[in-house]
Design a protein around this ligand. Structure first.
Ligand SMILES: [Cu+2]
Length: 157
């Protein structure tokens, strides 16, 4: 999501609150940019699920990437409730999480995010064009606090 669309959402028009945000654009974001399938160098499988004691988890919850690498994330919701995978900087995820707390039914069409019903799977292809530490998170209210976050470290080539 760009700064300008975020600002619009924060202004909170009812139409935006009830609809989608982001734009499926291919601009560079904090954590890199949408990748091209022809550039995929590695597939990383990530599952999303809950535990019997109330935790909600990504597995794995840590990933090391080399700058410039394009990763195909194959994401499976093996749990019993809906989850999402949002790849961004920690800062952007926290901004987004605050919006989700107000509008839990908000749908995503951002290229860095996918929301999956239980028992379904999907994929995101992402090029890590920037070095740094980024985060994947489930921003459905309560899930992040229950453990649904993971770290991605992008190291210089
Ligand atoms: Cu979740």
């Amino acid at each position: 999501m760009t700064g300008s669309t975020l600002a619009l959402i924060l202004l909170g028009t009812p139409a935006l609150a009830a609809g989608t945000h982001g734009g499926g654009h291919h601009d560079e974001m904090d954590a890199g940019k949408p990748g091209d399938v022809s550039a995929v160098s590695r597939t990383v499988e990530i599952s999303m699920s809950e535990t019997d004691d109330g935790q909600m988890l990504f597995n794995p919850a840590e990933l090391q990437v080399a700058e410039g690498e394009t990763i195909r994330f194959t994401i499976s919701n093996t749990g019993e409730i809906e989850h999402e995978f949002v790849l961004d900087s920690h800062h952007k995820n926290m901004e987004h999480k605050a919006i989700m707390a107000k509008f839990p039914e908000m749908e995503h069409d951002d290229p860095n995010a996918i929301r999956l019903m239980e028992g379904t799977s999907g994929e995101i292809i992402w090029t890590f064009s920037k070095t740094g530490t980024f985060e994947f998170a489930c921003l459905i209210p309560g899930h992040y606090e229950s453990g649904m976050k993971g770290d991605i470290t992008v190291a210089a080539k």
